[in-house]
Design a binder for this molecule. Structure first.
Ligand SMILES: NC(=O)c1ccc[n+]([C@@H]2O[C@H](COP(=O)([O-])OP(=O)(O)OC[C@H]3O[C@@H](n4cnc5c(N)ncnc54)[C@H](O)[C@@H]3O)[C@@H](O)[C@H]2O)c1
Length: 249
């Protein structure tokens, strides 16, 4: 068991990639604190993962992050892994994205990375160990059409990941991003549903991958497990692209 005795916080655990990672981390022996604003989704993940604490709230809320990290420290006396998978996109160019939507996307994606790292790092520094895993996107590297707030936020997460990796490397803390291609989750389904020709857009997206298929949440969870475990002990400041050949094609 690759995470035996380790404690992990996973945000966005109520669905998709966060849920699949929670399930896999539990199978590998981790003690879990699961975070999401969707109480029902979170409860379903807890059922699938087995024993875990659940914490319902907005990841963009600094006090919520501090409270959850504090609870984990009280219960377990340590925090080994932080995975910040909560996020969402709203679609739109800079002309069609409202300031409120822009702020909400940045609050969840960038705030949901920064504030949780801010709460977790002091404890990891005291332990002189820790692994932080952030969620970017292949679009942060390549760009993309009609999704400006989300792509800008994911670009910020890449930069934030690298800068945190450098700032805390000598504290024994590793910080890495995963940049998935299109992964079949509720979020992907919602993003296609925004288009009038949803089925056409879906097929074009699928075919844009060299492997001519979408990824599965479980495939991203395997990369998260690698980054969470000692198997990646010399890996920090990287962006692991897991995109079925999307960027290469
Ligand atoms: N699915 C993809 O194709 C894809 C590709 C690249 C990157 N990603 C990233 O992976 C991560 C997980 O995405 P997913 O596909 O599993 O999506 P998902 O919608 O299935 O799950 C995301 C979860 O985050 C939660 N969440 C969103 N905003 C929140 C907030 N402010 N506070 C608390 N919880 C919040 C949602 O309730 C949901 O349960 C996201 O950061 C996403 O941007 C996904």
């Amino acid at each position: 068991m690759r995470l035996q005795g380790r404690t992990a916080i996973i945000t966005g655990a109520g669905s998709g990639i966060g849920r699949a990672s929670a399930k896999l981390f539990a199978e590998e022996g981790a003690r879990l604190a699961l975070v999401d604003r969707d109480a029902a989704g979170l409860e379903e993940t807890r059922r699938l993962a087995g024993e875990a604490t659940t914490h319902v709230g907005d990841v963009g809320d600094a006090a919520f992050a501090e409270t959850v990290v504090g609870d984990v420290m009280t219960r377990h006396g340590g925090l080994d892994i932080l995975m910040t998978a909560a996020g969402f996109s709203c679609g739109g160019t800079v002309l069609t994205t409202s300031p409120d939507d822009w702020d909400a996307v940045f609050r969840a994606n960038v705030g949901g990375t920064w504030l949780w790292a801010r709460a977790a790092v002091p404890h990891m520094q005291r332990q002189n160990s820790g692994s932080i895993i952030t969620l970017a996107s292949q679009l942060a590297i390549a760009g993309g059409k009609g999704n400006s707030a989300y792509i800008a936020a994911k670009g910020a997460i890449v930069s934030l990941t690298r800068t945190m990796a450098v700032d805390f490397a000598t504290d024994g803390i590793r910080v890495n991003a995963i940049a998935p291609g299109a992964i079949e989750t509720p979020m992907l389904r919602r993003s296609f549903a925004r288009h009038a020709n949803a089925e056409e857009v879906r097929e074009a997206s699928r075919n844009r991958h060299a492997m001519k298929r979408f990824g599965q949440a479980e495939e991203i969870a395997q990369t998260a497990l690698h980054l969470a475990s000692d198997a990646s002990s010399f890996t920090t400041g990287t962006v692991m692209v897991v995109d079925g050949g999307w960027l290469a094609a």
